[in-house]
Write a protein that binds this ligand. Structure first.
Ligand code: DC
Length: 228
């Protein structure tokens, strides 16, 4: 009975390419509602980083799947920005550009998407879940109460990422960054399985000209309406 109720917990999905602010918005929304938060991109990043450490080749699907299923992931301090893999704090490592690039490659492997699906579904707990990713509204939680799809121009996304990296004291070339973002976009959009697509029933928000607070205002208003 308890499990049945948990399965019916409401879900809000926020999908879109990187650099649209969806991670920040998902975080703000989950906090405002007092709900759970799923950062699904972090799971793909964890597989990529873990596989690299263990020298598992992406061609060795059996080993990669077995690593994915066995990952001991701790998201309990996600709201403070902390993520642990096998008892080690890895949030800084998985947020690096190289980890994002590898995650995008790992995410194109159907067996890995399947291996991570159960783990993502398990985040659906009362009182509710805010899920951020690429296929949250289309594949993982098609019955979400409200779906959002955030976009922004490539230029704007590049500028945002550039500023983030510079603020962290990391040297970065804007042109190279834009090329990397474009390459990742193409891979995420064109992969055969669960590509990044706009769900028919998602609310599309172009964030190019909007501040985070303005985006949040729109997302919160639509969410409150959906939860009435
Ligand atoms: O959101 P992010 O940048 O942390 O995601 C890293 C990569 O993981 C991204 O390039 C595509 C992939 N991803 C995915 O395929 N499906 C998701 N639900 C989330 C992320």
């Amino acid at each position: 009975m308890i499990e049945l109720m948990a399965n019916k917990a409401p879900v809000i999905t926020i999908d879109g390419p990187s650099g649209t602010g969806k991670g920040t918005i998902a975080h703000m929304l989950a906090k405002a509602l007092g709900w759970h938060l799923l950062d699904s991109g972090a799971l793909y990043r964890l597989v990529a980083v873990g596989a690299e450490r263990k020298n598992i080749l992406y061609s060795n699907i059996n080993e990669l799947v077995s690593f994915t299923l066995g990952m001991d992931v701790c998201f309990s301090r996600l709201f403070e920005g902390s993520i642990e893999l096998n008892n080690e704090e890895v949030s800084t490592l998985i947020r690096q550009e190289t980890s994002g690039e590898l995650a995008s490659q790992v995410a194109a492997i159907p067996e890995i998407r399947k291996a991570l699906a159960e783990r993502q579904l398990a985040f659906r707990q009362a009182p509710g879940l805010v899920a951020d990713g690429r296929d949250m509204g289309t594949v993982i939680f098609p019955d979400a109460r409200q779906k959002f799809f955030l976009t922004a121009s490539l230029d704007e996304r590049g500028q945002r990422r550039y500023k983030q990296l510079i603020n962290k004291g990391l040297g970065v070339n804007l042109r190279a960054l834009l090329q990397d973002i474009q390459a990742r976009d193409e891979r995420d959009l064109q992969r055969a399985i669960s590509p990044l697509v706009l769900a028919e029933d998602a609310l599309l928000i172009d964030t190019t000209e909007l501040s985070i607070d303005q985006v949040f205002e729109k997302v919160l208003a639509a969410t409150q309406q959906a939860l009435l």
